[in-house]
Write a protein that binds this ligand. Structure first.
Ligand SMILES: NC(=O)c1ccc[n+]([C@@H]2O[C@H](COP(=O)([O-])OP(=O)(O)OC[C@H]3O[C@@H](n4cnc5c(N)ncnc54)[C@H](O)[C@@H]3O)[C@@H](O)[C@H]2O)c1
Length: 351
């Protein structure tokens, strides 16, 4: 049994202990209504299993349509409307049962409905377990631009139950692995070496626990992303731009697939500017390309991706800021990078 992880204001609790915690929260809070937010896949694959743990819990099911392209204000309008029509008030609870799209959007809906109601995250993808459901960032996309609208809003509880991963498609597991790998790069050599050695995606409860702990320790130091939390964006500056650019194309990538490319690009920049080890750079590139394959980019596409960078939330005062690494576990914040070097990093990725 994994130990609870305590985040800023809430526990991240594992398996049975988590469900017991939820029962206790429900008992102590006298909620007027309990809404359970799913998408069509988690309704099919996860809902019965969840309800079995909460014997006879009276819930009102609300559903959104899966997919990043639906993480937007229209889906929120539908959710707010349903909660409102079905009697939701300030004393209601919203439980999000799903991947990062459900937890991000559900968290945002909870944080804004009646100026904020309680919510609980039960992540059902690897990515939402190790990353999206923990850390209190909620949000939706704005057009193709990722996570432009959102809030910082703590859940009451996060329940981690790796059994949900049994039905998750392999491609989605791989997508989550990109964030597990990123957490190893910004924390320590030990986890990094373990992941590199396995040369495959290696996920068990301990890996999930350690990966959440890496994120959580950083969030506790810097919840509002003034400094340390920026390291969680390693690989995300270009990764997000790539994800946005390809969102409505036939080359569309999952979040983690885009981040894996972003990690290779950021590591090349780290090597060029901060002497990051060439040996580790090659190990990282080979490991990620082995798992995720290669995505081809035409020069014109790279230009458009670079154009999208100006919308990245990490920018300020009109400058594009990157997070780089001096070495594993040693981030450098707010590095400005010129276009030529970014083009060079794509050459390295494509070579
Ligand atoms: N808030 C944060 O700090 C944070 C951090 C990282 C990522 N994110 C966000 O997370 C999102 C990506 O999350 P994701 O990768 O979980 O994607 P997702 O929510 O789109 O889920 C992936 C797919 O798997 C399906 N699914 C979910 N659980 C399943 C299960 N157990 N069995 C079968 N199918 C299942 C979903 O319906 C969906 O089709 C992005 O929007 C990203 O911006 C947020």
């Amino acid at each position: 049994m994994n130990e609870d992880i305590i985040s800023t204001n809430y526990p991240v609790s594992f398996k049975d202990k988590g469900y017991d915690f939820l029962k206790e929260i429900i008992k102590n809070n006298n909620y007027s209504k309990i809404f359970l937010h799913v998408d069509e896949n988690t309704k099919k694959c996860c809902l019965d299993y969840f309800l079995k743990h909460l014997n006879n819990l009276k819930i009102i099911e609300i559903e959104s349509i899966s997919g990043e392209e639906n993480k937007n204000i229209n889906s929120c309008l539908k959710l707010w409307q349903e909660i409102s029509e079905k009697g939701g008030d300030r004393s209601s609870l919203l439980i999000n049962l799903g991947g990062g799209v459900v937890t991000d959007m559900g968290g945002f809906v909870a944080s804004t409905f009646k100026r904020g109601i309680d919510y609980v995250n039960i992540p059902t993808t690897l990515l939402s377990m190790v990353d999206a459901s923990v850390g209190s960032k909620t949000g939706i996309d704005f057009g193709v631009l990722k996570n432009q609208i959102g809030t910082f809003y703590d859940p009451k509880l996060v329940i981690i139950d790796p059994n949900y991963l049994d039905t998750l498609p392999e491609k989605e597991k791989l997508s989550g692995y990109a964030e597990v790998f990123k957490h190893s790069l910004i924390s320590n050599n030990h986890i990094f070496n373990q992941l590199i050695k396995s040369n495959n995606i290696f996920i068990d409860s301990k890996v999930i626990h350690d990966s959440i702990s890496v994120k959580n320790n950083i969030v506790i130091k810097d919840k509002f992303e003034k400094k340390e939390r920026k390291s969680l964006n390693y690989g995300h500056t270009l990764g997000h731009a790539i994800e946005s650019f390809l969102l409505n194309s036939n080359k569309k990538l999952l979040h983690g697939e885009a981040i894996a490319i972003g990690i290779i690009l950021a590591t090349f920049l780290s090597y060029k500017l901060y002497d990051f080890s060439k040996k580790n750079l090659e190990l990282i590139k080979n490991h990620l390309k082995n798992l995720f394959g290669n995505t081809n980019f035409e020069p014109k596409e790279i230009e458009k991706i670079i154009d999208l960078l100006k919308h990245d939330k990490k920018n300020s005062h009109g400058k594009v800021n990157f997070i780089l690494l001096k070495e594993i576990g040693k981030p450098v914040y707010d590095v400005e990078i010129g276009k030529d070097l970014i083009l060079e990093s794509f050459d390295f990725y494509l070579s």
